[in-house]
Structures are given as C-alpha cells and as structure tokens.
Design a protein around this ligand. Sequence first.
Ligand code: NAP
Length: 309
Amino acid sequence: MKKDVIILGAGPAGLSAAIYVERAGKTAAVLEANTFGGQIVNTPDIMNYPGIKKTSGFDFAMGLYEQATELGAEVIFDKAVKIEKRAEKDFCITGASGEIYEAGAVILATGAVNRPLGFENEKALIGHGVSYCATCDGAFFKGKDVAVNGGGNTALEDAMFLTNYCNKVYIIHRREGFRGEPKTLEALRQKENVTFILNANVTKLIAEEKDKFSVLTGVEVTDKNTGEKQEIEVSGLFIAIGQMPQNEDFADVVTLDDAGYIEAGEDTHTGTPGIYAAGDGRTKKVRQLVTAAGDGAVAALEAVNYISN
Ligand code: NAP
C-alpha cells in the first residue's frame, strides 16, 4: 500500500494529523497496534478541551476516528515494527503482519503506555484486582474498597470516577504535592469516601488464591519518611503512575532521549527529514489532549510541505 503520509498511532495526535493531511488534499493511512483513541479512551470525563465543555474520552476518540475516516483516511490495525528511509520522500514501513506500507513522509504519533509498578505478581493480578483503567474496570468494584496509586491527572480523575461506585477510595501518592489539576484535587478532598495516603509508596501487592487464581486482597504501603508499613485491605488497585513511550523500534531513524521520547521540537521535526513526531511520544513539557491534537496538526502540515516541495 502507498500513501502520501503514513501516521503511526491512532490516538488524538495521529488522528488529528490524518484530518489535516486529508484536508490538505493528500492521502493518509494510520497504523494502529491496538484500538483507536489512544490513552484518552480511558478518561471518563474530558473537561479541559477548549470548545467542548464536557465529553467522555470514548466519545471524543470516536468523533476523531469518524472525522478522519470520513475525510478519507484509512485506519489499519497493524503494528509498525520498522521504518526505512530509501530516499527523500520515499519511506518503507514494515508492519508486524508482514505488510509493507510506502509513503512520502511519516508521522510518529505512537504515544505512550501505562507504567507498571514493577512487582513480580503485578502482571498475574491484572484482571484480578490490578487495573490501569478505572473507566474500563471501575464498575467491577461496586461497593468495594479500592486504591489509586499516583498523583497526576489520571490518578485524580480515576479516583473521582471510582468514588461513584466504590465504598472507599484510597489515594496513595509518593509526595505531598500533586501534578494533577487543583480543581479535581479539591473536589476529591470534599468527598466523604476518599482517604489520602501521602508520602507513601505501594511496596507489596497482597494476594490470595481464589478459584485457582491469585486475587488481590490488599496492598502494603510504606511511609517514605518514617519507613512505617501498613496493610490496606482493598479489592482493587488502580495504577496511575504515568506512561512510558514506546519508540524503541524506531531508534535507528530518530533520536530518542534517555527516557525513550523522540527528540523533536514544537515544529515536530525529528533529525530525519520526512519523519515527524507528534503527541505524547515526543520530548515536550506539556502532555495534554489539546497539545497532542495541536502537534498532529503541525506534523501534518510539515509533512505535506515536505512531500510537496
Ligand atoms: P503524570 O502526570 O506523569 O503523573 C504520574 C504520577 O505518578 C506522578 O504523580 C508521579 O509522582 C507518580 N509516579 C511516577 N512514577 C511512580 C512510581 N514509580 N511510583 C509511584 N508513583 C509514581 O501521568 P498521568 O497522570 O498519567 O498523566 C499523563 C499526562 O496526561 C499528563 O500530562 C496529564 O496532565 C495528562 N492527562 C490529561 C488529562 C486531561 O486532560 N483530562 C487526563 C489524564 C491525563 P511525582 O508527581 O512525584 O513525580
């Protein structure tokens, strides 16, 4: 398959880029390894996207998908595993399926994935008490006690969402200060079923064997200042400690920083002419929905300019 621009990642940055490429009269395909929408589909309420007072992450993602595809962009469910620059305006992308995609320019909008806590039993407990997505799994914990780990917007919004279902919501955060929006934090402070455990780390996932499965029954939390440990009985732990980029497959065509983000400035240019980086996967200070969408627009216009000149 050949397109003017191939975009990797169908999150807000990638789908915004597709909209701008198509509206510029060029053809775009978006390769997506999982489902379209990226991380935002897990956000229950979006209330900070200019012009939209309130919507859900799922509805927002669906709107982007429909807008891009109705304009002519193709969304293909395949994971790009290699990018090769054969000549100027001539790129070859290999999909995990074995399919080859050719394009005049490439936009990397691969975003990031959830960061795990790193416990040995963490993976086995996913679906049995451990979750990275309150919107997806919150309803399973109706009437139960749960904990959220993290201090960013994801943790705060997850906790807020869970207060609607759960008996008790513990917010465990390693510092006193939060990165998340003060408005959400304040709203949580007003909730009767929220307990904050600050300056503390989750140091153990406590589990029990039930019906041949290991099931989470609690977490051990250690106070960072005193070293004091306490066990909290919870049926669910929602891990919201940030994301990690996933750009290793492209390290031969773009430069990655120490944390794995693609080095690119506000113009989205990577070190390789014809390859642009948009959204949470590039080096940047503010990773928000609106900045991801903005990046998508910039990268698309830069890519169109590159193939047209
Ligand atoms: P984040 O802002 O990077 O916050 C991650 C949180 O986890 C931080 O509080 C951090 O603590 C903590 N943390 C990191 N590693 C940890 C570890 N190993 N153990 C314990 N705690 C750890 O991540 P995020 O909340 O997922 O948000 C990612 C980006 O998406 C942000 O820019 C956020 O604003 C944005 N976002 C936006 C919306 C929205 O616009 N509605 C919704 C969700 C997310 P420290 O603070 O101590 O570093």
